[in-house]
Design a protein around this ligand. Sequence first.
Ligand code: HEM
Length: 472
Amino acid sequence: EIVSLMLKASSQPMPLSHNILPRVLSFYHHWRKIYGATFLMWFGATVRLTVSDPDLIREIFTSKSEFYEKNESHPLIKQLEGDGLLTLQGNKWAHHRKIITPIFHMENLKLLIPVAANSVSDMLDKWVAMSDSGEVEIEVSEWFQILTEDIITRTVFGSSYKDGKVIFQLQAQLMALTSEAFQKVFIPGYRLLPTRRNMKSWKLNKEVKKSLVNLIERRRRENCCNKTQDQVGGPKDLLGLMIRESWKEMEMDSNSSPSAKIMTVHDMVEECKTFFFAGEQTTSNLMTWATVLLAMHPKWQVLAREEVLQMCGARDVPSKDDIPKLKTLSMILNETLRLYPPIVATIRRAKADVELGGCKIPCGTELLIPILAVHHDQAIWGNDANEFNPARFSDGVARSANHRVAWIPFGLGIRTCIGQSLAILQAKLTLAIMLQRFSFTLAPHYQHAPTVLMLLYPQHGAPIIFRRLVDP
Ligand code: HEM
């Protein structure tokens, strides 16, 4: 059936780069009509149960989450994502989550606003300098990637920003090499052979780890000497917090043997890698799609700008109190995440026999939750499910669809995204300052071609024309 549908789709002449979203979604919705919201599908040699019924999704992520676990990533991806929160399971995951959750509390994140706003302003000053006669074409996906890289480096390393930047730049090179390998090489097993590209990526990976170990050990020694001062002020970055929490555990647990409770240098190295992997491209992706959608829908761009100007005027950077009040921007970001969720699907594996929606699921079964398809389901979102309409979020996320669990760009339940407030904060701040300074439209050669390569990307980038607003 897949082959016949593909042949039907490919009989219409389309360049490879064409927007693949309608095609993927039309397969999915076709099968959903025939087989219902839960059906089995082969992915190469693996069969997966595809689950898109929001009630069952809630069961998997929340009420019966103890029956499911995350599955193993591809070894190349593993090298990028680190052995941190994203992939850990059981007690070790719970311990790390407990230590790391506080740094992502809004009160801590608000402290980042002035620093993040500086990074955004620096970027926009460069655009101004590049604009001849008040206009400039910008490939926003590249610029936003550099911006989020900078902000995540500051969040993780704070006072060790300079050393951290060098390390995360190496990590970014490793990421680029890996996605190149995924884009170009389809021979099974080839990605694991000692080719020149693979050897380069293994070498980079070693270098990143070694530099992180050196940096963490240095910070531990420094913090050890300044322990009193640290206790008064509290650490200002994620690494400092992890170091402090690991001490606490050691002090409380001094009699017990080194256990899963203590966060070792190795654990911290892996968590730093995880934050870069999980937080950099996802957030720049959100900013890119939001900018594209605002360029496509000038009415919403005007509304968003009016709100920002009313709240903070044309020049003042939004403060920590302004950001939560930017309601139109929140609606726009929610709708962007609905239409273009950076992570299009997630997978769970049953760790015991379990019942789901009246079916017996044997231990070991893989379940696929197709976030993208759920977000575009007309039965949930109505006939305009494929259209950009931020107004559907005017009463908040919970009232936006006919089911509360229909909007899941950050996952759900205990393994929900730990960095979602940071991502939204960065995106809001960036869009707000951008709207204060520029109006923007799509470049004439922009091609709408969302494609999935680890995340949901604009295949040909996102060239946007920015015009300076002298007196908005
Ligand atoms: C988990 C999406 C930004 C760190 C997740 C999950 C999703 C997600 C869907 C759950 C995966 C699953 O259940 O299988 C996103 C999106 C982002 C974003 C769409 C931006 C728009 C960030 C940022 C950070 C971050 C900025 C950190 C700096 C994590 C971590 C986890 C996670 C550590 C694993 C949590 C756990 O299992 O305990 N993210 N994320 N993410 N995210 Fe994000």
